[in-house]
Design a protein around this ligand. Structure first.
Ligand SMILES: [Zn+2]
Length: 102
């Protein structure tokens, strides 16, 4: 007999806190429904005046009705900063990088 997983539980391949453990999914105020996790582990590059500053790991959420997209579920703290040796390697390792101009 297989035990069915509750549909509200999401599992993440990354080490950040997403949903579960007290976190709520984002809600679309226009459609009155919960957004779905569309892509786990997108990179968000926070930009400074001089260029890329920090990279954060996050998730891309999408409303199943209107299709609006939101980036949320950020990890606790950036995974790298511009002065760290691994910065370019981590940056190039993301297949989906989203620039954040503040
Ligand atoms: Zn919507």
């Amino acid at each position: 007999m297989t035990k069915k997983e509750p549909t509200k539980v999401l599992r993440s391949k990354t080490n950040k806190q997403v949903v579960g453990g007290g976190y709520h999914r984002p809600v679309c105020p226009k459609c009155n429904c919960e957004l779905h996790s569309h892509e786990n582990g997108v990179g968000v590059v926070d930009m400074a005046k001089f260029g890329p500053y920090e990279i954060w790991n996050a998730d891309l959420w999408k409303c199943p009705k209107c299709g609006i997209e939101v980036v949320g579920g950020f990890g606790k703290g950036p995974i790298t900063r511009h002065f760290e040796d691994n910065f370019e390697r981590i940056k190039s390792g993301y297949k989906h990088l989203i620039t954040n101009n503040g």
